[in-house]
Each structure stands twice: as structure tokens, then as C-alpha cells.
Design a protein. Structure first.
Length: 207
């Protein structure tokens, strides 16, 4: 049986993660690979219920610690009920956000201790890490403009100030630099097709 893989997409608001995750999943399926696409926070009924608490309301609704606990509660259910079973069955999982969003948003963005965040992740997931993380890097203003055009009321993080988004963006770049074996920094300022080609260059060696 083909081994399961966990591929995650990361980046700031409006970076195009959902679009690229869907395109990658289609290309993997065309190559004969069984793929499950999912997202965080979310992916299971319980995690989606928690998602509503995290992504709606005022920007200051939660402290960094409260937010990190909510994210990891959702992740624990997501990993146990969906991601690990899929990997065990030999499927590939393409996930929109995972641990690196926690490290960038609650860590770099809001000042939560990174060692504490990693401990929470280990407890919530049994230390599950992606096989490959694709970090889509886009100018902050461009991403926020795109995000503002999206329908729906999940705009709590977009409402944070510019300094917060700058810290998050730098946090993602620092993660890419510190874990080059797992993370790839992708220039997301080009066309959808050009970005998809860069994504595939990173994923193809795993196939």
C-alpha cells in the first residue's frame, strides 16, 4: 500500500492557500493518488464548531493562550478522527493550515511562547508533523485586499492591525528558514498557474 502523506499549506490572509490546495489535490488525483482535502481550524464536526469561536467576533476576543488552546482542541479532534485514519489507510492529506499557523499567529503574532505551543501540539496530535509544508508568501496589503473580498463573516484575524500581520508574515519566513527540510517558501505574487507550478516542483519528489 502506498504510504500516506501529510501536505500542509500555510501563509497569511488571502495568500491563496485554499485555491492551491484544491489544485494540488486535483493533480495528485490525476496521478492516481487518493487524496483527502481538509482545513484548520476545522475538518471534523467538533473542530468546525470550535472554528466558529476562533475566526469570528472582535479581534481581541481571545488572549493568545486562550486562542492557542482552542486551536489545539480543534486540532486534536481533527487529527484523531480524520487525519491519522486517512494516513493509516494510505491516503494523502492536503490541509489548509496546521502547526505552522499556530507558531506564526499565536507565537510570532501574539507573543505566546513557541516552546509551549510545540508542547501543546505534541499533546494534541502525538507530535504529528507534515511531510511537506508549503508557505505561500505574499505582500500583506495584497493578501488583506483579497481576503476582504471573500464572502462570509470569518474576518476576525483580518481585523488585527498591520503590525500583527507583519509579525505573522515574518514568523512564516523564519519557519521556512529554520526548517528547510520540511518547509518551502513559495512566491505567491504570480498567477494562479505559476504558483501551482512552483507548488508541484516541491511536491513531485514525494510521489
Amino acid at each position: 500500500m502506498r504510504a500516506g502523506r501529510l501536505i500542509t499549506f500555510e501563509g497569511g490572509e488571502g495568500a491563496g492557500k485554499s485555491t492551491q490546495a484544491a489544485l494540488l489535490a486535483d493533480r495528485l488525483r490525476a496521478a492516481g493518488i487518493d487524496v483527502d482535502t481538509t482545513r484548520e481550524p476545522g475538518g471534523t464536526d467538533g473542530a468546525e464548531a470550535i472554528r466558529g469561536l476562533i475566526v469570528t467576533g472582535a479581534a481581541d476576543r481571545w488572549s493568545a493562550a486562550s486562542e492557542a488552546l482552542l486551536v489545539n482542541a480543534a486540532r486534536a479532534d481533527h487529527v484523531a478522527r480524520r487525519i491519522r485514519p486517512a494516513l493509516a489507510a494510505g491516503r494523502w492529506v492536503v490541509c489548509d493550515r496546521f502547526i505552522d499557523s499556530t507558531l506564526a499567529y499565536q507565537g510570532a503574532g501574539k507573543g505566546a511562547d513557541v516552546a509551549d505551543l510545540r508542547t501543546l501540539h505534541r499533546f494534541a496530535t502525538g507530535d504529528l508533523l507534515p511531510d511537506l509544508t508549503l508557505i505561500l508568501d505574499l505582500p500583506i496589503a495584497t493578501g488583506l485586499t483579497r481576503a476582504a473580498a471573500r464572502p462570509g463573516g470569518e474576518a476576525r484575524f483580518e481585523a488585527h492591525d498591520a503590525a500583527f500581520h507583519a509579525r505573522v508574515a515574518q514568523g512564516f519566513r523564519d519557519l521556512a528558514a529554520s526548517e528547510p527540510g520540511r518547509c518551502r517558501l513559495i512566491d505567491a505574487s504570480g498567477t494562479v498557474g505559476a504558483i501551482a507550478a512552483l507548488v508541484w516542483e516541491s511536491v513531485a519528489p514525494l510521489c
